[in-house]
Design a protein around this ligand. Sequence first.
Ligand SMILES: Cc1cc2nc3c(=O)[nH]c(=O)nc-3n(C[C@H](O)[C@H](O)[C@H](O)COP(=O)(O)OP(=O)(O)OC[C@H]3O[C@@H](n4cnc5c(N)ncnc54)[C@H](O)[C@@H]3O)c2cc1C
Ligand SMILES: NC(=O)c1ccc[n+]([C@@H]2O[C@H](COP(=O)([O-])OP(=O)(O)OC[C@H]3O[C@@H](n4cnc5c(N)ncnc54)[C@H](O)[C@@H]3O)[C@@H](O)[C@H]2O)c1
Length: 463
Amino acid sequence: MTEGRIETFDAIIIGSGQAGNPLALALAKEKWKVAIVEKDVLGGTCVNTGCTPTKAYVASARAAWAIGNAHSLGIEVPKSPKVNLKTVKKRKDALVKESRLGIRKALADSPQISLIRGTATFLDQTCLKVGSRTLKSNKIFLNVGARARIPEGFEDIDYLTNTTILQLEQVPEHLIVVGGSYIGLEFAQIFRRLGSKVTVLEMGNYLISREDQDTSELVREIFENEGIKVICGAKCLKGKDNKSGGLTVSYHQEKKDKQVSGSHVLIATGRIPNTDLLKPKKACLKVNERGYIDVNPKLETNISGIYALGDCNGKGAFTHTSYNDFEIMENQLFGDKKRTLNDRITNYALYIDPPLGRAGMTVSQAKETGKKLLFARMPMSQISRAKEKGETLGRMEVIVDADSEQILGAAVLGTGGDEIIGTFLTAMYGKQSYKKLMNSVQTHPTVTELIPTLLQQLKPIKK
Ligand SMILES: Cc1cc2nc3c(=O)[nH]c(=O)nc-3n(C[C@H](O)[C@H](O)[C@H](O)COP(=O)(O)OP(=O)(O)OC[C@H]3O[C@@H](n4cnc5c(N)ncnc54)[C@H](O)[C@@H]3O)c2cc1C
Ligand SMILES: NC(=O)c1ccc[n+]([C@@H]2O[C@H](COP(=O)([O-])OP(=O)(O)OC[C@H]3O[C@@H](n4cnc5c(N)ncnc54)[C@H](O)[C@@H]3O)[C@@H](O)[C@H]2O)c1
């Protein structure tokens, strides 16, 4: 099986992601001897090629948009600000570096932790190979994350992914975005606002297909009003690098073969877990047909002593879900063992502008439960704070179980939606009757202060 010297640890963590780093520190605090293995830079997707850099770009894009719209608030500035993508990138790089250095320092400050650079592959259920080293432990925690999925027909062209688009120093002339979901939409609006012509090609009949169709249609309207071309029902089949420069994407729509050419193509067609790199078969680790490692609510895999956390277990695909996996693991190891995946309420935000904050079920999902439902919706155009800001696009909506009076889900597409959604989420975690929130007094003038009014307007809806 293994040859040479074997290095033994109390725990081995693979991947310095949103679960791996805090777990290493928590185990070290309990005096465990820990190895954390990372094949790339520290911090994983969120820090380097996900949340931090994209939200830094969202802020720059928002500044460009605000200047363009300042005249509507009585501020006279040139309508087309000059965008310097090199400076935008430099600001982003500094933020990323700061986070990465923070992680490096925290890990280095603990004598219990060995940071091992390289790709880990299983040799058996307790041993891993990293370069020429062999590591052994009875506790192995996998936090290997995911990478961009490149569809067949695009492998050989000069495409961009969420990683490489963040290295550009010139704004693309015409960015074609393949995939109209979270990654595609955030980048589409960022680059439109920074000055690109943008075309979004989405295979499904509507954008962000996990949302209710009318939410998706409202997002499409907002995008089209900003000059983004949205083409749905477009199955992208292949890409081609043009001899004269630029690229062409061929797609199938309404039974016809069509094409669109642009200067750059971003592939945003989903993620695949990095579990293949681990050679999971060597450990007899059960991986599903999409490559995700099967776990139970305690994050245990089919192999005793091996756990999977974060995007690679397919139970969440967000930074907060990965971090929550760490919290569950810590509780299972050192706490009262009561925390599990079953406690988690779905929540996330789509960082377009205005943002979409989401908690719990969509209306379509709530209807599928067969419960008696109450529903209310309020347009942002009726909310004073939104009017004062001059940001009246979008709406708030909430869905309630009529019998238990508990909130099943909420969506806030509108100014501050990413923050406002937290009010609904808190009530949901508290398992309170919606009437508690309805009878609360919220601060004026905020969008949140209209949540009690929204709840007063709840009406039964048909299943
Ligand atoms: C463009 C983009 C924007 C996003 N924006 C948001 C957002 O706004 N909000 C949000 O909540 N989520 C967002 N996400 C999702 C979020 O980034 C991830 O869910 C989050 O980073 C959790 O990842 P993780 O901890 O599972 O693993 P990761 O952070 O991906 O870390 C896995 C680490 O494991 C390493 N690794 C993999 N295999 C091996 C191996 N065999 N040996 C050694 N090391 C290995 C990798 O190099 C990597 O560093 C975004 C994602 C993308 C791509
Ligand atoms: N704000 C956030 O929290 C945030 C932001 C970005 C990414 N993320 C995370 O990253 C994950 C991945 O995001 P994503 O947007 O890449 O993936 P996704 O799986 O959400 O969407 C991929 C989209 O590409 C489309 N598609 C697939 N193949 C296609 C083809 N050949 N032609 C045209 N369209 C095609 C699909 O229909 C789908 O709408 C998300 O699940 C999310 O958890 C989160």
